[in-house]
Design a binder for this molecule. Sequence first.
Ligand code: GRF
Length: 214
Amino acid sequence: MLKLGILISGRGSNMQAIIDACGEPDFPARIVLVLSNRPEAGGLKRAAEAGIPIAVVDHKAYASRSDFETAMSEHLAAAGADLVVCAGFMRVLTATFLDRWRDRAINIHPSLLPSFRGTHVHEQALAAGVKISGCTVHVVRADVDAGPILGQAAVPVLPGDTPDSLAARILKAEHALYPLCIRGLGEGWLRLDGDRVIDTRPAPEAAQAPLIVP
Ligand code: GRF
């Protein structure tokens, strides 16, 4: 059973999707901590209501990024987390954190990486005129939005889309993809070998055929 430490900064809808998945009897993970760097993050209330331990590690209270990251690591380790799940966590993680959680920290990004890294992702996608966008779950590396890809889900970009309408369509796909990838890691059919991701599901189920959410 995977023990998840979820990092959030905001409303926590991906966190909620993972909470819901953990309620399924056969889901191979449970949440041991939800940690926010923002005391006002709406997701904290949702987690507390679900009976999950919460913590706030406010980055503004630390003299350096390294002190902030060490404090987060200590909370996660004390809670017994073995997989760190970034779900709308808005701080860049550096070696202080990532060396300790090497291969054990994952993130969701609202584009089909390697396209459209960073911020203003939906604006970037609309400006590029792509007809398909989506989301990516990847292992976190120091290079932002560039770690090994565990899974992707695609959605259409429709005429008349705005950044908000595209974001909403992709968010629905995120809520399906993130629990699926965590399930894969927990059940062992999805794993990392160095920087290579191995998905042992038989085709056509395999992750090489991306999950499409209409
Ligand atoms: C999601 O779109 C996620 O991909 C991005 O930030 C957003 C967080 O949304 N990294 P929520 O807090 O999970 O609702």
